[in-house]
Design a protein around this ligand. Structure first.
Ligand code: GLU
Length: 516
């Protein structure tokens, strides 16, 4: 079966032939944050689809955003996906025929530059010298006219000589793709059918930044092609980018892989699942004591169902029965209560006492955890029996606290809420989760609020450890990890009665004024 994407300017043929062809899927996380359940969700569907067709599943690291990508996040993402049992056939850790699988390394090899040059040489892309100031004025004018922001194409009219002169003069520039001014792109999605998008809504996307590094849009297209990806399974937030990708494939004379945009996971209030409202890190669920196979089971249930309607299934069962057409497009709500219920079912129905003991030992008393905790408490105990009281909070999930727990001398309750809320926001924004950075955050908090650091930390101690005294606070936060720490700060706020919308607005204003 084959169909065409038509517009005035382009006609692209996409083949839907996975019944007969080899299947290669990929998950392509950007290592800019904690390992997100959304990444595991995509990886699960990519894996099932590839395995079901006897194909390959590739893990590619999209670290073209050098400022936000870190090797720590990359390592955590790999570790989390492995913990879940989502094994890839090719990736940065195990290599493969299309290595390297890290875009920063591919950029060093000049892969993206080479295709950007080709696009420019063929007139499908152009060098753009517009300054940020000019682009800002352009945007403001567009907004004033009620138009969407879109590059106006000024630099497409530069002739060869002008371009060369500007380059000789050392003017910074980017490379942008050309996009038809009118007509429509029809994005064919396996689950959604044909989606029409006006070219007028599609920006002349930057492909190479001023530093010569590629943007996501260029790198993703080139890598999907060179890595022979046949099916792109990704989140629906990328639908609006699909016209750019389709057009770049066309410009480069390549077949477009088939597109499958999965529905986004949502908070119970139906907003997009975000760490601002809920824990989203796989690490958090690991620390909360969920079983990896249950997380997969639950992610599988969100947006997909077994033919017999059975809610409890293993990864193997999901692969065996997998049918991409059974994916439902309704907004799947990631509901921790439901996940907890499912985990309970698995614990009771599937683990023998023996296995239960093994799992528990690995979870709570594994060497890695102990080696992080022991240095924090060794000096404070004489006998082992003193340990539980001091360290139980590391494995407690959300500590048991009451509003009274937060009554701190010298600090009015108004300020306690502010401290906790600001701490939650500050820790959300923190890139590298380490002791020094945490120290800085709280020192600044004390400074801005004009409250003694000791008093600022008092409610934080309680939120994090459930007690007024605990092992060193920042080290403990490092052990707990960002998601668990934030969850405890939020839990503290809820225990204090929550923050009303009105109050939140006021706090946000004050926060932005002081911390932006
Ligand atoms: N690097 C992108 C992300 O982080 C991948 C999007 C895609 O699958 O094309 O979501």
């Amino acid at each position: 079966m084959s169909y065409h994407v038509e517009s005035d300017a382009v006609s692209i043929s996409i083949n839907n032939k996975d019944e007969f062809m080899k299947v290669r899927t990929r998950v392509a996380p950007s290592p800019t944050g904690d390992p997100h359940v959304g990444t595991a969700y995509m990886a699960l569907f990519c894996l099932c689809f590839a395995r079901q067709h006897g194909g390959q599943f590739v893990l590619r690291i999209e670290d073209t955003d050098a400022a936000r990508s870190t090797t720590t996040h990359e390592a955590q993402i790999l570790q989390s996906l492995k913990w879940l049992g989502l094994d890839w056939d090719e990736g940065p850790d195990c290599g493969g025929p299309f290595a390297p699988y890290r875009q920063s390394e591919r950029a060093e090899q000049g892969i993206y530059q080479q295709y950007a040059d080709e696009l420019v040489a063929n007139g499908h892309a152009f060098k753009c010298f517009c300054t940020p100031e000019r682009l800002e004025v352009m945007r403001q004018e567009q907004t004033a006219r009620g138009e969407g922001a879109r590059y106006d194409g000024l630099c497409t009219s530069l002739d060869q000589q002008e371009v060369e002169n500007k380059i000789a003069a050392g003017e910074p520039h980017v490379v942008r793709m050309k996009v038809p001014a009118e007509g429509q792109c029809i994005v064919k999605d396996r689950l959604r059918g044909e989606i029409e998008i006006d070219w007028a809504q599609v920006d002349m996307q930057i492909l190479l930044k001023t530093d010569g590094n590629p943007t996501y849009h260029l790198a993703v297209v080139i890598d999907d092609h060179l890595m022979e990806i046949t099916h792109i399974i990704r989140g629906e937030e990328w639908i609006s980018s699909a016209p750019k990708h389709i057009l770049l494939h066309k410009y480069l004379g390549w077949d477009m892989p088939e597109l499958i945009h999965m529905p986004l996971l949502r908070n119970p209030d139906k907003s997009k699942l975000s760490k601002r409202k809920n824990p989203t890190s796989i690490n958090f669920f690991e620390r909360m004591g969920y079983l990896p196979e249950v997380i997969l089971n639950y992610l599988g249930m969100l947006g997909w169902s077994m033919p017999d309607g059975e809610e409890k299934f293993t990864l193997k069962e999901m692969i065996d029965k997998f049918d991409i057409n059974r994916i439902s497009l309704g907004a799947p709500v990631f509901d921790i209560e439901k996940l907890k219920w499912l985990n309970g079912r698995w614990l009771r129905e599937d683990l023998s006492d023996d296995e239960f003991a093994d799992r528990l030992t690995t979870w709570a008393y594994n060497r890695e955890n102990l080696m992080q905790i022991i240095p924090l408490v060794k000096e404070r105990v004489d006998v082992f029996t003193e340990l539980p009281n001091l360290t139980s909070f590391f494995v407690e999930g959300l500590p048991v606290v009451t509003a009274e727990s937060f009554e701190v001398k010298n600090v009015p309750s108004e300020d306690i809420v502010k401290i906790l809320q600001f701490a939650a926001w500050e820790t959300e924004a923190l890139g590298d989760w380490n002791r020094d950075n945490l120290n800085q955050i709280f020192a600044r908090l004390a400074d801005v609020l004009g409250i003694k650091i000791r008093d600022v930390l008092a409610p934080i101690f309680i939120a994090i450890s459930g007690k007024a005294v605990s092992p060193p606070l920042f080290d403990s936060m490092v052990v707990l990890g960002p998601d668990m720490t934030r969850a405890r700060l939020r839990h503290a706020l809820n225990t204090l009665g929550g923050v009303s919308k009105k109050k939140l607005k006021k706090l946000e204003k004050e926060y932005r004024a002081n911390f932006a």
